[in-house]
Design a protein around this ligand. Structure first.
Ligand code: KG4
Ligand code: ZN
Length: 347
């Protein structure tokens, strides 16, 4: 049997993405972003995002089909992000997916955005060995998960107790006068700085915290520490060494993320670490994970940066995995669920 041809639709935040995959092979990854419309607000404005999805969804869909050289009739299944995400934004994708599924008489899979961030790696590195530990770091989430069977569900081991890693990048960028979203400009600025020049706190790594929060994260104390440090410089009338602050902040985040991920792998006796979500695009996180995992014989899998940030291909990749695993499709009246729990892979 030929592998399933699956189309994936992503509209949970500010990227309208439509991807097409055959099995683990990426055929198209069309993207329209409303990020520029949010930049002056310093964060994604839900209403603006929803409207932009509405305008972009049909042309992005057409572009994905054209790029893949297929028609809707050729598609075996349509996958769509059902949650978590912005309610109005999710609704646009779910409604569009239902319309296409109904019109073309195709099965539909409402899937979890976070599980899709894990599944996307299969497009680059092939089937994911299970069990694996997944480190999921995006603008809205930072979690460590045990992936026993991605089609059936994942087991959360820990998560951030305050800000997500990406959120910390965005907030620190803002206080350094760097544009939104903050991850890419901090990544770039940090290349000119010394990550050891300023020692910022590593949240939830003290022995007393590890007892209760071994696999949890906290980034809000770090963000505050950076803010205090910058304010002190400004009060003293001294210039802020942006590159050093960016590099030292980034080092603190990457240090904690990699150490906790490796600890989870070792505690569970797991030899594969997969990193997903927008922050997985970070060059220091990728390098440090490689370097540290090598010491423990852990294989790190991180998709290329373009697949780490939100896109439609990741949704198609998860859909393809579900079809191959024989998971039943969703009902056509599937809901969009802005608070969809991590443990639910498809609805
Ligand atoms: O996964 P994603 O595209 O959207 C969500 O589901 O949230 O993640 C977006 C987040 C933003 O906070 C952005 O600043 C961060 O990923 N990000 C990065 C980098 N590229 C994107 N953070 C650090 N370094 C990067 N290179
Ligand atoms: Zn995401």
């Amino acid at each position: 049997m030929t592998e399933p041809l699956v189309l994936g639709i992503e509209t949970s935040c500010d990227e309208t993405g439509v991807g097409v995959v055959r099995g683990h092979t990426l055929l198209a990854d069309a993207l329209a972003s409303s990020v520029d419309e949010h930049a002056r607000f310093g964060g994604v404005v839900p209403e603006v995002a929803s409207r932009a999805h509405l305008e972009a969804i049909v042309p992005t869909m057409q572009r994905a089909l054209d790029d893949a050289g297929v028609t809707l009739a050729d598609i075996d299944a349509i996958a769509v992000t059902a949650g978590p995400g912005l309610a109005g934004a999710l609704l646009v994708g779910v409604a569009a997916a239902k319309g296409y599924a109904l019109a073309a008489e195709k099965p539909i899979y409402g899937v979890n955005h976070l599980a899709a961030h894990v599944a996307v790696d299969t497009l680059e590195h092939g089937p994911l060995p299970e069990p694996a530990i997944a480190l999921l770091v995006s603008g809205g989430h930072s979690s460590l998960l045990l992936v026993d069977d991605l089609a059936a569900g994942v087991t959360p081991l820990g998560a951030t107790i305050d800000d997500a890693a990406g959120e910390a990048f965005d907030k620190v960028a803002r206080l350094l006068g760097l544009p939104f979203p903050g991850g890419p400009p901090i990544d770039r600025a940090a290349r000119e700085g010394d990550g050891e020049s300023i020692v910022f706190p590593r949240g939830l790594t003290a022995p007393k915290d590890l007892a209760r929060h071994r696999f949890d994260f906290s980034f809000s104390g770090l963000k505050t520490a950076v803010a205090r440090w910058v304010e002190a410089r400004e009060r003293a009338g001294e210039p802020v060494p942006v590159a050093h602050v960016a590099a030292s902040f980034q080092e603190a985040v990457c240090d904690v993320l990699t150490n906790k991920a490796i600890d989870a792998c070792r505690e569970r006796g797991v030899e594969t670490l997969v990193i997903g979500g927008g922050v997985a695009a970070n060059s220091r996180l990728r390098a440090l994970a490689e370097e540290r995992c090598a010491k423990y014989g852990i294989t790190v899998r991180v998709p290329r940066p373009k697949l780490c940030t939100d896109n439609g291909a990741m949704v198609a990749a998860l859909g393809s995995h579900l079809v191959a695993a024989g998971v039943a499709p969703s009902r056509l009246n599937l809901p969009a669920d802005s608070a969809m729990p991590l443990t639910v892979v498809s609805v």
